[in-house]
Design a protein around this ligand. Sequence first.
Ligand code: IPE
Ligand code: IPE
Ligand code: MG
Length: 240
Amino acid sequence: MLDMERIPTHVAIVMDGNGRWADKRRLPKMAGHNAGMKAMKEIVKKASSLGIKNLTVYAFSTENWKRSAEEIGGIFKLIVVYVDSELRELHENHVRVQILGDYSGLPTASVDRIRRALAVTEKNTGMQFNIALNYGGRDDIRRAVTELAALVVEGKIKSEEITEEMIGEHLWTGKFHANCGDPELIIRTSGEMRLSNYLLWQSAYSEFVFTDTLWPDFTPEKFEEALLEYQGRNRRFGGR
Ligand code: IPE
Ligand code: IPE
Ligand code: MG
């Protein structure tokens, strides 16, 4: 049984395996991404009902631009479909949408829906749903460094006074952006055991749960199982 007193405040997910899910069924890749979006809808509802404060999903990495124009366009179109079909319910459930990553270069229809989702849910106080979009962990750190360097140039801070906390504040997850902090738990589906440039700084002390389940098959029950596994972990943070 899940201990409701020890639900993690921030869970991050690498939603991987859409392509293999489609391949197994001899379907086009987009059918996999479509099924993946449906799985994501259910996990968002589940996380919100469990009282998780922050759910972060990896939707598109800075490396995913290497894929075909057709697949990339299809994924961005799914953002439009998702917002058009889900924004009302997200808002009713008091979910606040945030984006981790620079989405300004996406197709205009996608940028339009993202702006709408951000604006409509801006003041919501329920779960914060962070979508990592055109996100890369190294790019995240590079941006934080750039922002801090600008503050040094402006004479607002001294370079030798830069702390780990200040670097964290300038990341996409930090207080100057989505303000969701570090995830206690990172889940990756599809059997791959790597970060793929996800939340590099933020994952310093995250617990990892890997499952062979392909993302479209990842159900709310499997999400609960991952939380249960997390609750069985002994987090030491370098202490005894
Ligand atoms: C993850 O599924 C979704 C995105 C990267 C957008 P994949 O498309 O990577 O699925 P596999 O890894 O090829 O099975
Ligand atoms: C990570 O999955 C990115 C997302 C889930 C959006 P990938 O499928 O892109 O990762 P690799 O290529 O297997 O490392
Ligand atoms: Mg993959």
